[in-house]
Design a protein around this ligand. Structure first.
Ligand code: AMP
Length: 548
């Protein structure tokens, strides 16, 4: 027997309609690419987005066509998202940090017909124009003034399209399972693969992220998503802030500590989200300038494991609560969050810290299990490492155009590629990417755990651990450290610092100081590149064993 409730397709245009109708005067404030701070309301955002939908229709875009954005977080980018998705086309967010070859590959793979671009990216588009045969137009996200000097052929002016297009457009009217957006994984192995979200998956994921124990956003919050809209949907904040009626503050191209701090203070931001490197930059800026955080209450950190030094820094020096979250592009992206359970909340602040550093418990709509290499379930005892598998309505069932083949196991679970432990009460902790974990004498060593302790050393700017070949143990940990500018340190200092904080057999066999630890397109430590750079390196312990 079917229920007798209305069939109201869960399409994301309804989220912006809700913001415009019921939180119409709440603001979106952007640091524009032109420089000045620009203000608009949710009502104006909806009105302008509808005009852009009309412009797209005029350019021949139909349901299912791919329209790309190559843009920073700004009000225009939010308008473009809703304009594309609202009419049933697919919004393909391009990551400008990818190499030109990868960008061209995904534009062609997606068969993008139009690219909306910030002025910043005109040179790379001009240089590679001939390699994008499916692209018919570029819309430059600027006004008439900003178009001066734009030489890219087929370039249209965003503000002209807004001005010249009709105001009314009826969004929606299609199945909720219609594709809404497309984001490619960073492609650390092989070509990037397309994750194709649906309206329904985005709508449900937005509702889940709004929970009090997840993002817990309210209409009284002012939210600064530093996490880019081109990387894992800015953790759904362009949807959830509209759904909750938050004031939204967008940093444009400037994500350094000083620029972020200026916006946090001038706009009265209460909640923010970013990867650890951004927060390290902010903390360094605040310490150097004696700056304060007068309105900020909560920050969510994810994308990489959060080091203890960041949680302590925010808590002890600035009174800001850090919540650790984990997810991935394939999960829309949120999977777990480390909000305290009743039991954890009753513990002392220092005891709670142990849980804050874990990636947390699943949000509504995420099932998790641990398996061994043969796919057998492993216990949730907090110590057994296993492959982390996930299942839910906002998690990929396959990649765009069938790339990667069948990606679910027999039970419908997706292999995250992460290795984790899960405590009996559900707290999950990522110990590594499956391909990074160190296998030493048949046992596993977590590189993330060692890195996060090492980066807490006062002289360390960034730390990375990789497995180096060892004739007896197969692999042993090698710690690489990029020191803070001007700092000098010895191997012994770092080993002493780690002593007692990790198991003895996890101790790195060597410490190498490097000028730079490379970061990839999504701000994470690029271990593939490090391994390549260190391919001729031989552990001192390996030499001893080899000659012994
Ligand atoms: P992406 O799809 O680019 O967002 O990358 C997803 C991957 O980033 C995950 O599979 C994890 O390996 C890593 N990741 C995301 N959040 C965290 C976190 N809080 N701690 C450790 N690793 C994380």
């Amino acid at each position: 027997m079917l229920g007798l409730m209305q069939n109201w397709p869960l399409t994301v245009d309804k989220i912006l309609d809700h913001a415009a109708n019921w939180h119409g005067d709440r603001e979106i404030v952007s640091r524009s690419l032109e420089g000045p701070i620009v203000r608009q309301t949710w009502a104006q955002t909806q009105a302008r987005a509808k005009r852009i939908s009309n412009a797209l229709k005029g350019l021949g875009i139909r349901v299912g066509d791919r329209v790309a954005t190559l843009a920073w977080n700004t009000g225009r980018h939010v308008e473009t998202w809703y304009a594309i998705m609202g009419m049933g086309a697919v919004c393909h967010t391009l990551n400008p940090r990818l190499f030109a070859d990868q960008l061209c590959y995904i534009i062609n793979h997606a068969e993008d017909r139009i690219i909306f671009t910030d002025v910043t990216f005109l040179p790379i588009l001009a240089e590679n124009r001939a390699r994008m045969p499916t692209v018919e137009h570029f819309v430059v996200m600027t006004d008439r003034e900003g178009m001066k000097g734009v030489t890219l052929p087929d370039a249209l002016c965003f503000e002209d399209l807004v001005d010249q297009s009709a105001p009314d457009f009826e969004w929606g009217g299609f199945d909720e399972n219609t594709a809404s957006s497309l984001c490619y994984t960073s492609g650390t192995t092989g070509h990037p693969k397309g994750v194709l979200y649906s309206h329904r998956s985005n709508f449900l994921h937005t509702l889940s992220t709004l929970g009090v124990d997840v993002m817990g956003l309210s209409g009284r919050d002012t939210v600064l998503p530093v996490v880019p809209m081109f990387h894992a949907n800015a953790w759904a904040l362009a949807f959830s802030c509209a759904a909750a009626g938050c004031k939204l503050v967008l940093p444009g191209a400037k994500m350094d500590g000083a620029s972020v701090h200026e916006l946090l203070e001038s706009e009265g931001v209460t909640f923010s989200a970013a990867v650890p490197t951004v927060w390290l930059g902010l903390l360094q800026h605040l310490r150097a300038t004696g700056g304060k955080l007068s309105t900020l209450k909560r920050v969510v950190i994810g994308g990489s494991a959060v080091p203890e030094a960041i949680v302590r820094g925010f808590r002890d020096e600035f009174g800001v609560d850090v919540t650790h979250a984990w997810g991935m592009t394939e999960m829309s992206p949120m999977g777990t969050i480390s909000s305290p359970t009743a039991k954890v909340a009753a513990m002392s602040a220092d005891e709670q810290l142990r849980y804050k550093l874990k990636q947390g418990r699943p949000i509504l709509g995420v099932e998790m299990k641990l398996v061994d290499d043969a796919g057998h379930r492993l216990p949730h005892d907090g110590t057994t490492f296993g492959r982390l598998m996930v299942k839910g309505p906002a998690i990929s069932s396959g990649y765009f155009k069938g790339d990667g083949g069948q990606i679910l196991d027999e039970g419908g679970f997706f292999d995250t590629g992460d290795v984790a432990t899960i405590e009996p009460d559900g707290y999950m902790q990522i110990t590594d990417r499956a391909k990074d974990v160190i296998k030493s004498g048949g046992e596993w060593i977590s590189t993330i755990e060692i890195e996060n302790i090492a980066v807490g050393h006062e002289k360390a700017a960034v730390a990375a651990v990789i497995g180096a070949y060892h004739p007896k143990w197969d692999e042993r940990p090698l710690l690489l450290v990029q020191l803070k500018p001007g700092a000098q340190a010895t191997l012994e200092e770092f080993l002493q610092f780690l002593e007692g904080k990790i198991a003895k057999w996890w101790m790195p066999d060597d410490v190498v100081f490097v000028d730079e630890i490379p970061l990839g397109g999504t701000g994470k430590i690029d271990k593939k590149l490090i391994r390549e750079r260190m391919k001729d390196y031989v552990l001192p312990t390996a030499k001893v064993t080899a000659t012994a």
